[in-house]
Write a protein that binds this ligand. Structure first.
Ligand code: MTE
Ligand code: MO
Length: 154
């Protein structure tokens, strides 16, 4: 199947129960409760597949990077510009974002690790889902999000 376009990877996998965030090889595992205890951001996005607006709440991914290894400062700015991250679900589906894209100080998008939709748990989408407000299609909204790994392209 390598190289073939695919909508979903047909792997049966369970719901995500926590998030492993790895920055510079240093891994931190965050529980749903820990994520919900951090400052929350709510975004409303249009789901082009279901044709409905959806409201998600969760933690800004930029806040997580700031707290766990890659804060945006003058000293790290160039590193940020050259870093990217992979976001993976429990089914091994994964996508890539540039770190610049997820930083609110740098880019007009909000990218959150959502723990609820319309104030309720995410249900079939697992306990965690990555949501961004700029993509036209939901292809980078990783359901059952389980790992985010930051890497440098240098
Ligand atoms: N974990 C996981 N997330 C995923 C996918 C997937 O296969 N696995 N497919 C993506 C793609 S390509 C799309 S278009 C949307 C579809 O989401 P939906 O089926 O919930 O509408 O989920 C995205 N997130
Ligand atoms: Mo898709």
């Amino acid at each position: 199947m390598a190289g073939m376009p695919q909508e979903r990877e047909h792997t049966h996998a369970g719901p995500s129960t926590n998030l492993t965030l790895t920055v510079d090889g240093k891994a931190t595992t965050l529980t749903i409760a820990e994520l919900q205890a951090m400052p929350q951001t709510t975004v409303t996005v249009h789901n082009e597949h279901t044709k409905v607006d959806e409201t998600y709440s969760g933690v800004l991914l930029g806040d997580l990077l700031a707290k766990y290894g890659l804060p945006v400062t003058q000293a790290t700015h160039r590193k940020m510009l050259r870093s990217y991250l992979t976001a993976e679900g429990t089914d091994k589906y994964w996508v890539l974002y540039s770190v610049t894209e997820i930083e609110a100080s740098e880019h007009n998008a909000q990218v959150i690790v959502a723990t609820s939709m319309s104030g309720k748990p995410l249900g079939e989408d697992g306990q965690l889902k990555l949501i961004d407000t700029s993509d036209k299609k939901p292809q980078r909204w990783v359901r059952n999000l389980s790992a985010i790994t930051v890497k440098s392209a240098e």
